[in-house]
Ligand binder design. Structure first.
Ligand SMILES: Nc1nc2c(ncn2[C@@H]2O[C@H](COP(=O)(O)OP(=O)(O)OP(=O)(O)O)[C@@H](O)[C@H]2O)c(=O)[nH]1
Ligand SMILES: [Mg+2]
Length: 362
């Protein structure tokens, strides 16, 4: 769901929640959520504008994935073999000094892949414009840390660089809320499983300029996670390490590395080895699914799926299509994994599964 839609939905929920004592907390929560979403939207807009030369990469397609990595590990080669792009490949370092986009067609989705050079501190030295590079990564939906056997130690360095710049890989935002208010000082409320002591939290809050606020922490968080929860410039996205040039490796060594790093993906961009698995990893990481729309009495168009987030409901699919429809939904019918039987009539809150067929009637 886009941020705009999420804002709209939350506003609607707020309108539907009556104003009284028992709904006060819920209304506060919704208001805070709207404020947070608005901030996130502004942040995203700012970042897409912060485009120095060579960084004016428009977000296109159903999702965007950044390839980051040290020089000469084969980012451009990987981009070229995955997409329609034609990025310069060379045997010397710093070949690519601007962000090069390419479009990858996978399972009917258009996934934009960005070849983003020069992220790492030493290498960046602002030749690649470190800050802009980071803003490109921050506004993408997933990041791939590309490396090869010679530069494996760079993986940790890249992860650290991203962490220092507010990018949280493979993590969920902490389950907590901060409600700022005009008076009343700092009030902290936590669930039983929270181990971080309130004194520390209060100190951190003051250090971060909070004077009057109510903080609700609903899960056990580390100090760093607590701080993340106070900041609105953190971005959370999936990340995967891709070790390239497997064609150039000793087989025993490759096996050993695979065993030691089970969540990495091993490819040869040049020899096109394991690229389908790589694409599937992106698909899984991005959490996308396909829904085939069908008209009454007709077969669905399987070449043109609607690409939505995993777990989307009928209502969310309708939101996605909203421009095409007017009027009240008369019924929704579903074929596929989420249906109890083919053509089951379902409500708007029915959760769809990948490759479901959906017929909407207004
Ligand atoms: N053996 C082997 N070599 C590869 C592979 N992929 C890329 N290379 C070689 O590695 C060198 C660098 O490749 P590039 O794609 O230019 O690397 P890059 O990461 O884009 O480099 P910069 O743009 O300088 O950051 C070239 O000589 C490629 O031919 C691969 O899968 N196997
Ligand atoms: Mg390159």
């Amino acid at each position: 769901m886009s941020i705009e839609k999420e804002i709209e939905k939350t506003k609607e929920k707020l309108r539907e929640t009556p104003v009284n004592k028992s709904t006060e907390t819920e209304r506060g929560r919704l208001k805070a959520k709207i404020a947070r979403l608005k901030e996130k939207k502004e942040q995203k807009e700012k970042e897409s504008q912060a485009s120095g030369q060579g960084y004016a990469v428009k977000q296109r397609g159903d999702a965007t994935v950044s390839l980051v990595g040290p020089p000469s590990v084969g980012k451009s080669t990987l981009l070229n073999s995955l997409t329609n792009a034609d990025s310069e490949v060379a045997g010397y370092e710093f070949t690519t000094l601007e962000v090069v986009p390419g479009m990858m067609d996978y399972k009917g989705a258009n996934i934009q892949i960005l070849d983003v050079p020069g992220l790492i501190s030493g290498a960046a030295e602002d030749r690649g414009g470190g800050k802009q590079v980071l803003s490109v990564v921050r506004s993408s939906d997933m990041v791939v840390l590309v490396t090869d056997i010679e530069k494996m130690e760079m993986v940790e360095e890249m992860e650290e660089e991203l962490y220092q710049n507010g990018v949280r890989l493979n993590k969920e935002p902490p389950d907590m809320d901060v409600f700022e208010r005009g008076e009343g000082g700092i009030e902290i409320s936590t669930t039983k499983d929270v181990n971080l002591d309130e004194e520390t939290m209060e100190k951190v809050l003051r250090d971060h300029g909070f004077v009057n606020c109510k903080v609700v922490v609903r899960e056990d968080v580390t100090l760093d996670e607590f701080i993340d929860g106070l900041m609105n410039n953190r971005v959370y996205m999936p990340g995967v390490v891709c070790l390239n040039k497997t064609d150039d490796m000793d087989e025993g060594e490759l096996e050993r590395l695979k065993n030691d790093n089970e969540d990495w993906i091993f490819v040869s961009a040049e020899e096109h080895e394991n690229l389908e698995e790589f694409k599937e990893r992106l698909w899984k990481g991005l959490g996308l699914m396909r829904v085939y729309m069908k008209e009454r009495g007709k077969e669905p168009d399987k070449d043109e799926p609607l690409i939505v987030c995993e777990g989307s409901t009928v209502e969310e699919v309708m939101d996605e299509l909203s421009k095409d429809f007017t009027g009240e939904l008369s019924y929704a019918k579903v074929w596929g994994e989420s249906a109890k039987f083919p053509g089951q009539k379902v409500g708007e809150d029915h959760e769809l599964k990948d490759e479901d067929i959906l017929e909407l009637r207004f």
